[in-house]
Design a binder for this molecule. Structure first.
Ligand SMILES: Nc1ncnc2c1ncn2[C@@H]1O[C@H](COP(=O)(O)OP(=O)(O)O)[C@@H](O)[C@H]1O
Ligand SMILES: [Mg+2]
Length: 268
């Protein structure tokens, strides 16, 4: 990446739209002319009720899905039209953690192979900023997420739900990413371990100097971990701003409704 590109915001999205065609029914506008800027070091929370387009939005940011229209720039470079072989500059730098570690970890692979898998991508082999010593990297990220050093030889089913999500986080950290995008990372976990995993994420963002995009339907979780919040509704930005401002004095009636509904939302 050039010096000029490093000074650009991490992401600039302009009028991003994603329409899903449903056969026989009217198309679903999952993300509707959405624009946002994400600066380096930001901790952005994306909240909104189920179906508001959160996952679709971040999947496009991670180039796992493509906008129907609009532009997504990563450090100034448009990504939305690029074929996979030209996305190497983004692939290592942007890593995701998904909601359910059960389905995101291959049960037939050892934890060590799972965690090191992102390091093996052909696209990344020529990159000098990707860690190449697999053993050392594995040891470092296992330690960072608080798993025993010998975990690499074991299989996912030998771990609890909370530990599996730590494995998923370790895998995301392995290629030394700049951006971590977490999609409801604690929603599938037992209530008793949610706080531990959240605190871990909170510390890792600082320790690894990450830019964080954190998706949740739980507004209190976002308040704890993010300094900016974007409230989505029906694919659009309902409200965005510093977390403290938005929570103390929501500008949108919808945000106020979500806040008022917190106890109910927290239970689902
Ligand atoms: N692959 C898909 N095909 C068709 N519709 C989809 C697809 N993914 C998401 N949608 C629809 O887009 C809307 C937004 O979904 P999603 O981004 O998953 O919302 P959220 O993550 O906020 O719950 C929903 O109406 C959902 O049904
Ligand atoms: Mg979702």
């Amino acid at each position: 990446m050039t010096e000029q590109e490093m000074t650009e915001p991490v992401y600039v999205l302009e009028n991003v739209r994603r329409v899903f065609d449903a056969s026989g029914r009217s198309p679903v506008v999952a993300v509707d002319n959405l624009s946002l800027t994400l600066e380096k070091g930001a901790r952005l929370g994306i909240v909104g009720e189920s179906g508001s387009g959160k996952s679709t939005l971040i999947r496009m940011m991670a180039a796992l899905d493509r906008p129907t229209s609009g532009t997504i720039r990563f450090h100034g470079r448009p990504i939305e039209g690029l074929p996979e072989r030209r996305l190497g500059f983004l692939r290592a730098k942007v890593q995701m953690v998904f909601q359910d570690p059960r389905s995101s970890l291959n049960p037939r692979m050892t934890v060590g192979d799972i965690i090191c898998e992102p390091l093996r991508s052909r696209l990344l082999r020529t990159r000098s900023d990707i860690p190449t010593d697999r053993g050392a990297r594995l040891a470092k990220v296992l330690d960072a997420v608080g798993l025993p050093a010998d975990s690499g030889k074991r299989y996912p089913h030998e771990f609890s739900g909370g530990q599996r999500q730590r494995i998923a986080i370790a895998r995301a950290l392995a290629p030394s990413p700049e951006v971590l995008i977490a999609d409801e990372p604690v929603s599938a976990l037992d209530v008793s371990v949610r706080a531990q995993v959240l605190n871990l994420l909170d510390h890792l963002v600082d320790d690894f100097g990450l830019t964080l995009v954190f998706v949740s339907h739980d507004l209190m979780v976002v308040r704890h971990i993010c300094n900016e919040v974007l409230v989505m509704r029906r694919g659009k930005v309902e409200e965005a701003g510093p977390t403290e401002h938005v929570y103390a004095a929501p500008a949108a009636a919808y945000t106020a409704e979500l806040l008022a509904a917190v106890p109910r939302i927290r239970l689902d």
